[in-house]
Write a protein that binds this ligand. Sequence first.
Ligand code: AMP
Length: 481
Amino acid sequence: MSQENMKFEEMGLRNEVLKGIKEMGFVSPSPVQSQAIPIALQGDDLIAQAQTGTGKTAAFAIPILNQIEKNREIEALVITPTRELAMQISDEVFKLGKFLRIKTVCVYGGQSIRRQCELLENNPQVLVATPGRLLDHLKNDRIPNFSPKVVVLDESDEMLDMGFLDDVEEIFSYLPSNRQTLLFSATMPEQIQKLAHKILDKPKYVKITPANITNTDITQKCYVINEGHRDEAIVRLMDVFTPQKSIIFTSTKKEADALAERLVEAKYKAGALHGDMDQRARMDSIRAFKANKVNILVATDVAARGLDISDVSHVFNYHIPLNPESYVHRIGRTGRAGKKGMAITLITPLEFKELKRIQDEVKHSLELEELPVYEVSHNELVQKILKTKIADEAMDIYNELMDKHDETNSALKLISYILKEGTKSKIGPNQQEINRLQEQEKKPKQDYNSRRREGGNSRFGSQRDSHSRGFRGNSRGGRRY
Ligand code: AMP
């Protein structure tokens, strides 16, 4: 039988573990589980390239649980980049291990060290930890007889992005050499490959490609705008699609705060989520979002990793994501648990090239569309006129009109002029322009480069510099969410 079709019951798992899997409602293994679990059960080291949402937590939790002996020592260690992930993993391990009556402990920065020491003294079998705090405990000799048999490095590329790689390497100097090591990562940048070489012993390799997980329940849309119109476009799309619950992904923490603020000012129920917020503020945001107290979460990528919220109806990409994997992660926050979802990406003409890379990777063609045009109602028009500030030149035009007509006549003519010119509010290029820009994109490379140079002084040009692959490649270690 091929591993693809293997059932949980055929993996040689202990009864208690099978009962835990059933209790979780898992009927059959996901692709990463059917590939990774048999390897891990054999005791081999493993590199698994898989994103959140693929069932990767159970892919390492199940083999860990299968070999738990409950010998009053920590038997397995899971290292993960964020507190949210640590809590989610600990929760899933605990639930799956319900019938083994195992104890898990979760240690992360920001929590009382004394409390964590008390929990560690309670003989847990599984320790889930973020790197900084774990290293702190190890350096200060606060974990007695620490010799886990299995060590999982979860979301390794995210640890690299968050600048944790040195801590991670140092942690491994405290671990026994005869351990089994399982490394999970969505992508495999060079530094992670190097790390894998150092900490793994003849690893087997499993890859769940994005194509396996792009979900047909997600409608993907791409709207072309010009730089500087992003906030306006988001507001427009909120009004057009009226999402029940949405996540807007921004590239930076600053953008997340600014957009959330703008949406709140415009009376939307929005909140921000990013790594500069303290633990309590982050938890508050997540709780409010889960409970529908806010229904728009403006987040950096950190949210794409850990959040397990099944009823997100729309995902917005404020910028086109840096790489195809990130695109897949983000849109995977919607269309979950059999529900339909929509993923909307804002794109400027200068980003068309990046779109192509995403399309090639996810093997899904994305039509570029003009932003929905919005017909202003009479009521809104009146409000808009009333709210309009009087321009300096207005008095001259008014005097000229008064010379020729009476007041009523002039006002009526003015309103008729506005109606004739159109009360449609348009953002970004129209479909014809989009098609032309796309054609232009297909022209030889020189055209593209010279156009790019022309755009060098625009807001786009300067912003993009800090988002380009080159920049990211050289300084990933410094980026913190
Ligand atoms: P993960 O990729 O570990 O974050 O898992 C994503 C979601 O899928 C979690 O809510 C898991 O509980 C769920 N899940 C994991 N494995 C399975 C499975 N075999 N069948 C159904 N759901 C699963």
